[in-house]
Design a protein around this ligand. Structure first.
Ligand SMILES: NC(=O)c1ccc[n+]([C@@H]2O[C@H](COP(=O)([O-])OP(=O)(O)OC[C@H]3O[C@@H](n4cnc5c(N)ncnc54)[C@H](OP(=O)(O)O)[C@@H]3O)[C@@H](O)[C@H]2O)c1
Length: 277
């Protein structure tokens, strides 16, 4: 069986490729820069549709890892789906977002549009609607410890975060298992946290007092711009936080732990590991 993985040079894709290797499957990495790939690779650039059909030929299962250029992804993903049809791909698995069809998250419309394209393509599909990565938060841990504060605009909103490792294991389970065609999995952690919970866990484990400071969305965006983020991205993150306050990521289904056959990694484990790094 040939499994092809797009985005295989990214953080999630690398973990999926490694996970497949542990199942004895050498994935084909369909990537725009083959020099970065750690497995058998073919050139595939979402922005160069002519590269995609040859890249996907002979593929039984294709994992489309969503691109990372918000605002451009529907066009890019359309090229991938069209090429998958032309290449005769047997099954497409797509990394979407929590409640893609109903979410107030500003990133959701592109995922919903991609899901619609995939359904309309007639290809057998599975959607992995990923909740937030824990790594979205642990990346900011050194700064949080230095300043004693975690900033956000998510209010008391709760997030069913999971590690990229767990999301990757879920993707591997779908790619290597049977009975997943036509399924939509709302994948995320087995429990939820608020940003105040995150701050409390960091405080408890590090011994350094870290508080969550909730800001109006505009102020949070301005703070992110002050830290050097491009304005558009800062506003997107602030709007995503507002959607979290509205409950967009407060979704626990158990789908991920069922797929991976074990509980998802907890907040306490994630913070313990992050503090050791
Ligand atoms: N759930 C969450 O919390 C969360 C957070 C962030 C992102 N995401 C989404 O999940 C995806 C995977 O996450 P990640 O952490 O692995 O992201 P990442 O490290 O940024 O990886 C993105 C991958 O997409 C590839 N890519 C981008 N544009 C492409 C193009 N035009 N043609 C072919 N490949 C292209 C990149 O290739 P290069 O290596 O060549 O750049 C990279 O392999 C992201 O792309 C984004 O859609 C989810």
């Amino acid at each position: 069986m040939t499994i092809t993985v797009t985005g295989a040079t990214g953080h999630l894709g690398r973990l999926v490729v490694d996970g497949l290797q542990q199942h004895g499957i050498t994935a084909v990495a369909a990537v725009r820069d083959t020099t970065k790939a750690t497995t058998k690779s073919v050139h595939a650039d979402y922005d160069r549709p002519e590269t995609l059909v040859p890249a996907f030929e002979g593929t039984d299962k294709l994992l489309l890892i969503s691109g990372n250029e918000a605002g451009r992804r529907v066009e890019q993903h359309r090229a991938v789906v069209d090429a998958a049809v032309k290449a005769g791909v047997g099954h497409i698995v797509y990394t979407s977002i929590t409640s893609a069809d109903a979410s107030t998250n500003p990133l959701a419309p592109e995922h919903k549009a991609t899901e619609d394209l995939i359904v309309a393509s007639g290809l057998p599909y599975t959607f992995l609607r990923n909740n937030w990565y824990f790594e979205n938060y642990t990346g900011g841990l050194p700064a949080a410890l230095e300043h004693g504060v975690i900033l956000g605009a998510a209010g008391e909103g709760r997030v069913a975060a999971a590690t990229r490792e767990d999301f990757a294991a879920g993707a591997v389970a779908v790619l290597t298992g049977e009975g997943h065609a036509g399924k939509i999995y709302e994948v995320g952690g087995d429990s939820t946290m608020s940003l105040a919970d995150l701050a409390a866990e960091v405080t408890a484990q590090s011994g350094t007092k870290v508080a969550y400071q909730d800001l109006p969305a505009d102020d949070y965006a301005q703070a992110l711009i002050g830290f050097g983020l491009p304005e558009g991205f800062a506003r997107l993150l602030a709007a995503a936080d507002v959607s979290i306050a509205q409950g967009s990521l407060d979704v626990v289904t158990g789908d991920l732990s069922r797929l991976i056959g074990r509980p998802t990694t907890t907040l306490a484990e994630v913070i313990a590991r992050a503090l050791k790094q």
